[in-house]
Structures are given as C-alpha cells and as structure tokens.
Design a protein around this ligand. Sequence first.
Ligand code: GDP
Length: 321
Amino acid sequence: MSEPVFPLAGKSVWVAGHRGMVGSALVRRLQSEKCSVLTASRDDADLVRQEDVENWMNANRPQVVFLAAAKVGGIHANNTYPAQFLYENLMIEANIIHAAFKAGVEKLVFLGSTCIYPKLAPQPIPEEALLTGSLEPTNEWYAIAKIAGIKLCQAYRRQHGSDFIAAQPTNLYGPGDNYDLATSHVLPALLRKAHEAKVSGAKTLSVWGSGTPLREFLHVDDLADAVVFLAKHYSGDRHINVGSGEEVSIRELAEAVCQVVGFEGELEFDASKPDGTPRKLADVSRLTQLGWQSARSLEEGLESTYRELGSDNGLPDFQQR
Ligand code: GDP
C-alpha cells in the first residue's frame, strides 16, 4: 500500500450523521486512525439550518469532514415524502459543504449512492454514466439531491481548490440496518423473515418477485474502510463508486440467508411483488485501481450481521434464537 497522500493521524475529524448506519460505521473505523472524532447531536446543530452548521463548525473547527448525514428511506418513503427528501438533503449538503469551505476544512468526503445513475445505465455502472439519462422516478428526489452534492464538491474544488471528494456506495447492510419489513431493503428483510420462520417452525419463506434480479451488497464496515481509504489516498474531482464488485441473484441471496440462519424450509416466490430493476452493479474498477478491494465475502458478512443483531434491532423475538 502506498503512503497516504492525506494522513488522518492527529487530525480532528467530524463525522456528520454519526447515528446513522454509515456514520456509526465510520466512527467505529476511525478508532484505529489516531485521529480525534467529533460528532454533533441534533441539539448541538440541526444540519438543515445554515446558522446552526456554521456556528458548530466555527466552535469545533474540524480539519476533516465525513458527510454521512442524510434523510434516507426506501422506495415507499421516497415516493411519499418527495419534498422532505429533496429539501432536507439539499440543505444538509449545501450547509456542510459551504461551512467546510469557509472554515478551511482540509478534506471533505461526501457520501452519495449508486441511485444517482440513470435507470437504464450500462452494467456494471461506470462513474461516467452520471447524467447520461433519466433517473428511476421513485427515488429521483433523493438522487437529484445526491447529484447536487457531488457537483458541490466539484464546484468548490474548481473555484476554490477545496479538497472535497465524493464516494457512491452500492446497497449496504450490517449493524444499524432497518429491519422493518414494510420499508427495509431485501437483505435485512430476508434475515428477519428467515429468523422468524425458523423460530415459528414455518415450512416456507416468502421471497418477493421472481428471485432472478441481480444485486450487489457491501457490508457497511467495508464501506467505512473504503471511505477512510479514499480520504487518505484519493484527491480528485471524479466521484468514485464503492462496491464489492460481486453480484448475486435474489434467489442465491435467500439461499445464503437461510443457510446462515439455519432455516431449512422451502423458498416461495411471490409474483405479486415487483422485481424492480433486473440488475444493479457498480463498476468498481476505479476504486480497485486506486488500491482498495472488499475482503469480506457475502457469507461472512451475513454471518457477522446475524450474530451481532442485538435486542434493539427490531427483531421482537430475537432472544429465542
Ligand atoms: P432495490 O434494490 O432498490 O430493488 O430494493 P430492494 O432491496 O427492496 O429489493 C431488491 C429485490 O429483492 C427486489 O427484486 C425485491 O422484489 C426482492 N425481494 C425479495 N424479497 C424481498 C423482501 O422481503 N423485501 C424487499 N424489500 N425486497 C425483496
């Protein structure tokens, strides 16, 4: 591994959004970086309010910012609260990025999402696919805000020379995930359903759709490792995809989940539920060329995620497993 172009040791580092799944993984990962980690509670600063953010930044003077704060949610939430998704995400990014520039922050890493890419982007999706076609309509509010965040980083770099970079993670899972079956993504949903099926002695497990769609999954601790790697080793105006580079079908995912949980019944595919996009895989060759690759297999990630689930995870009968 090459020497970091931007060592974090000795720096004061703000993780904005430290209570979220990504932010809390970053706080865990930064424990081994010999830097001091700053966090702001909602009482300290409402990130949607510019004055709050500027006051907090002036009082705390971080040298590095990881911008993991965002209003997030699944397809249903995105569709139902479009104004909130667009407004809150735009405000959070604009406030933090501008305040970071004004305070002379040395490095900022903005976290986006691969939903910034056009609905019909080529697969695997290269970074260049950005703004080449129409977005998936159900999450365009969130995607437009995240695209604006990437553009803010590029604009402050171009106009002011700020070392602000942007990373776009693929589908994430791990500690702090959402296990509410109505709003969760497929991986936590299947973990919960398989667990509950095992506990209740059910014979079948319901999987939405046909099982044929292909998806890529990255453990959030691997994302945090990649993001810290990028902070230390990358400086440039091109945003960088972060993924595992491996895809599985939903059927294969369901089988792997059943294996880990120890559910031995049959899978039952529910054709009344949508498949969604047939394939969603990030092209991670740029990240790989920079020198980072995910080390954890999906099976290992599922094992540790299932093992670490605690009583606050939304699995009501967790104690029985
Ligand atoms: P997407 O990646 O944006 O499509 O979001 P999801 O993670 O919600 O869904 C991915 C795929 O998993 C879709 O084809 C779903 O139909 C399928 N799937 C299978 N079972 C479930 C489930 O119990 N919950 C969810 N959310 N998706 C499921």
